[in-house]
Write a protein that binds this ligand. Structure first.
Ligand SMILES: Cc1ncc(COP(=O)(O)O)c(C=O)c1O
Length: 501
């Protein structure tokens, strides 16, 4: 080996000081970025970003950790998307709590895996305690659960457990249902991971039945009761009802109490996808919006959305701890069935697994749950003001109400017809993204396209969002004028000449 070749620096006893120096450098640079952010991202074109990445020769190392950290800073951080900037309004991704970031640094260095107890020891106890605490906020007095990589995995895991429960029971026909017989009930605005999970779980394409929603997009309990009855009449087996506590677009909460009534009556597994709305669990003013959640059999909570935790941090929480055992698997080398130690891998779909619970633990220890709930309340208060502003704005149409923090709107001043407003939705988002000053999303509601804001920064004021919307309106006006001019020119140049008239 050539002694001048760079060495792999493993973090060990001898390199404690190297670790300190390198991570300090990275933290200093990142802190400088945070302190100087003036836009949610830059206007560097996508092709330039792609070329910069392509130009780096991964087979020619820079030689030192410091050089690599500097390159990460200039290559990635300089072009990152900043979720704490008031113009960052496009996604359900939050700015993060400082103690959680510190805990992330710790767990990255220590590198435990909370799959077996002997790899994590007290880490397992901490995760279990955080899970029991979170289950307690739902009202699961003896609940259990497991941290997952995100809401998608939590929903998949819940539906796997529900599938196992449904297929282990002898149905009315005197036999255990086949996968083809199973039905999952959800509204069309439930998260796409519900349908994707059904596919992964081997359910047929028609397994997920869209239950009718009310005008606000919430599941209609009467329609659910009919859909369940219809499925039974067709000889199919209701496997689960997925109620959403905070739909991704409308931010609305399905009526949990009457849905739970239907599920109790019909003896169907109720899963509540509270990936987005889980922050309400600790809200000092809006906890009642989740009344009935304690009647669910399983709940998805994404702490990396409304608990201000760094990605990833999500949990699947169960009312009855025994349900987690429905997907347990054992291996002699890892978690034998007769193990004395509490191995979290018994409860998880993952094997090696991040100790994400430490981040929420650190946040709870630093400021407590009420501070998290107050921060989410602040976001919701600001959203209410933004809704009022959009509703009263002469050039904007408020497309739908919300119970959480989304704002669905369309730029459509008087005189602009539906088709012209619709056609502007996608270019408006794209133009704003290309510029990097204000980031918005686009979606489709009731068959028509619209733009969307998702607020998730408690540090962003209503005035700042209004200023961002001013820029959105000005950009829409410009794009509309450009389109109109292009169409007029096109008509002029393609108009038949006088001789041909
Ligand atoms: C309601 C809902 N459920 C589940 C998910 C999926 O969560 P994740 O992106 O963490 O997998 C989302 C993501 O936006 C969501 O809004």
């Amino acid at each position: 080996m050539n002694s001048s070749e760079p060495q792999l620096e493993i973090l060990d006893t001898a390199r404690a000081d190297r670790y300190r120096a390198v991570v300090h450098t990275a933290v200093d640079r990142t802190a400088d970025r945070f302190a100087s952010v003036t836009a949610p991202t830059t206007d560097t074109p996508a092709a330039v970003l792609r070329d910069r990445v392509a130009a780096i020769d991964l087979d020619r190392p820079l030689g030192t950790a410091e050089a690599a950290v500097a390159e990460v800073d200039t290559l990635f951080c300089a072009e990152a998307v900043w979720f704490h900037h008031p113009g960052s309004l496009a996604h359900l991704n939050c700015p993060v709590a400082v103690p959680a970031v510190a805990a992330e640094t710790v767990l990255a260095a220590v590198n435990p895996s909370v799959d077996t107890w002997d790899q994590s020891r007290i880490g397992t106890d901490i995760e279990r305690r955080v899970v029991r605490w979170a289950a307690g906020t739902i009202g699961f007095a003896d609940g259990d659960g497991i941290f997952t990589s995100g809401g998608t995995q939590s929903n998949l895991h819940a539906l796997l457990l529900a599938r196992q429960a449904a297929t282990s029971r002898t149905g009315r026909a005197g036999r255990r249902p086949a996968l083809d017989d199973l039905v999952v009930f959800a509204t069309a605005s439930s998260h796409f991971s519900v349908r994707k999970s059904a596919m992964v779980l081997g359910l047929p394409e028609h397994a997920v039945v869209d239950v009718a929603a009310d005008a606000a997009g919430r599941m209609r309990p009467d329609a659910l009761a009919h859909a369940v009855a219809d499925a039974r009449r067709e000889g199919r087996t209701p496997m689960a009802v997925v109620a959403t506590a905070g739909t991704t677009d409308r931010g609305c909460i399905d009526p949990l109490e009457p849905i739970a009534d239907v599920c109790d009556l019909e003896d169907v597994w109720l899963h509540v996808d509270a990936a987005y709305g889980c922050g309400l669990l600790v809200s000092p003013t809006r906890r009642h919006l989740l009344d009935g959640i304690e009647r669910a059999r399983s709940v998805t909570a994404d702490f990396h959305k409304s608990f201000f935790q760094p990605v990833s941090s999500s949990a699947l929480l169960l009312r009855d701890p025994a349900d987690l055992g429905r997907a347990a698997w054992h291996a002699d080398y890892l978690n034998p069935e007769d193990a004395d130690e509490p191995n979290q891998v018994d409860k998880s779909l993952q094997t090696t697994r991040r100790f994400d619970a430490l981040k929420l633990w650190a946040t709870l220890r630093a400021s407590g749950a009420t501070a998290i709930g107050r921060a989410f309340d602040t976001v919701l208060d600001v959203t209410e003001q933004v809704h009022e502003h959009v509703g009263a704005h002469p050039d904007l149409v408020l497309v739908a109400p919300t119970q959480l923090s989304t704002v669905l709107f369309r730029w459509q001043p008087d005189g602009v017809v539906d088709a012209d407003a619709d056609v502007l939705v996608a270019p408006l988002r794209a133009a704003l993204l290309a510029e990097g000053r204000v980031l918005v999303a686009k979606t489709v509601v009731d068959g028509r396209p619209c733009n969307k804001l998702t607020l998730l920064d408690p540090g962003t004021s209503a005035e700042q969002v209004v200023a961002a919307l001013d820029h959105v309106v000005a950009t829409a006006e410009r794009l509309h004028a450009e389109r109109t001019a292009t169409t007029t020119n096109h008509l002029r140049t393609t108009e038949p000449t006088g001789a041909n008239r």
